[in-house]
Design a protein around this ligand. Sequence first.
Ligand code: FNR
Length: 185
Amino acid sequence: MIKLGILEGSLRRASLSRAVARAATGLVPGGMDPVSLPNPGTLPLFDQDILDAGMPESVEAMVAAVEGVDAVLIVTPEYNWSIPGGLKNAIDWLSRVSPNPMARKPVAVWSVSPGLLGGARVHESLRQTLHCQEAVIMAKPEVQVAGARGKVDVETGTITNADTEAFLRGHLSSFAAFCNSWSRA
Ligand code: FNR
């Protein structure tokens, strides 16, 4: 059984990407057990002085949650062609732990945007940062949920577009196979 941690890139309540992240828990194939990781908004802004004074409980909770999963799915918007600050901050906190809880862990990324490019540019930024964590990134197939306002119900956290739902299901199956091949390697 692959325990899949789902990490949200958006902090806001009515987030489109958060709705997709919630929906993902219902789209996983057999053999995958999804769990929501704490939202990055629970963490303080990284400051070495805070860490030197003792790791905050919220960070400890995030670290323990990521340590407890076999693989991570990041579902995020793109901010200014790059990683939203809250998500980058969460990765920065995790990177201060040894061993890094992301290291040698399979990671897949879904970007979500109301725009036509679907947040395509956040993938490259995230890949760069995730490489630095020694995460094992499934680069393809890529997932960009474009025009998300017409495909997602933020109230119920469901995908309302059948093609999108089928595509995301298929992607999770590919990711499960990727995780299994990696764990056997
Ligand atoms: C955005 N948005 C955005 N969209 C995009 O496709 N590419 C981008 O580079 C940006 N940049 C950006 C910066 C900032 C600071 C904000 C607040 C927004 C728009 C963004 O995709 C839109 O607000 C989404 O709805 C945000 O994601 P959630 O919160 O709905 O998941």
